[in-house]
Design a protein around this ligand. Structure first.
Ligand code: AMP
Length: 114
């Protein structure tokens, strides 16, 4: 999608600090981190929100979570704990309309979230 920031990161029009890439997924450091570890993990397929996923996307969504797990291990936050966040729509704080997981770690997280 030509106006999507994350599609521009995927195609190299906007630079990013890449953490992981394969043919289906990309992970990069969040430009405005809210925790010592803050990685954004996205599918290369442009899907605007969780409301838009289809059965055919199940595999790539599972891959995103498996990759979050392996990045958490690489970043040495797996043992202490980490949080995966997916904001869906404005009421949840979604600001980029290309589905993504936030992988957050390196500090204590409270519940309920703000
Ligand atoms: P959300 O508010 O859940 O849609 O999350 C969007 C995230 O994308 C925010 O945490 C932003 O800081 C992050 N973000 C936006 N633009 C960039 C960028 N160019 N590089 C890295 N992260 C970005």
């Amino acid at each position: 999608m030509e106006d999507c920031i994350f599609c521009k990161i995927i195609n190299g029009q906007i630079p990013s600090n890449k953490v992981y890439e394969d043919e289906d997924l990309l992970a990069f450091e969040d430009v405005n981190p809210v925790a010592p570890t803050h990685v954004v993990i996205i599918p290369k397929k442009h899907i605007e929100t969780l409301n838009d996923i289809q059965e055919e996307d199940a595999g790539v969504l599972a891959s995103l979570l498996l990759r979050a797990q392996s990045i958490a291990t690489e970043k040495e936050i797996a043992e202490d704990g980490y949080r995966i966040v997916l904001n869906c729509m404005p009421g949840a704080g979604q600001s980029v309309y290309h589905i993504h997981f936030h992988l957050l770690g390196g500090r204590i997280f409270h519940w309920p979230p703000g």
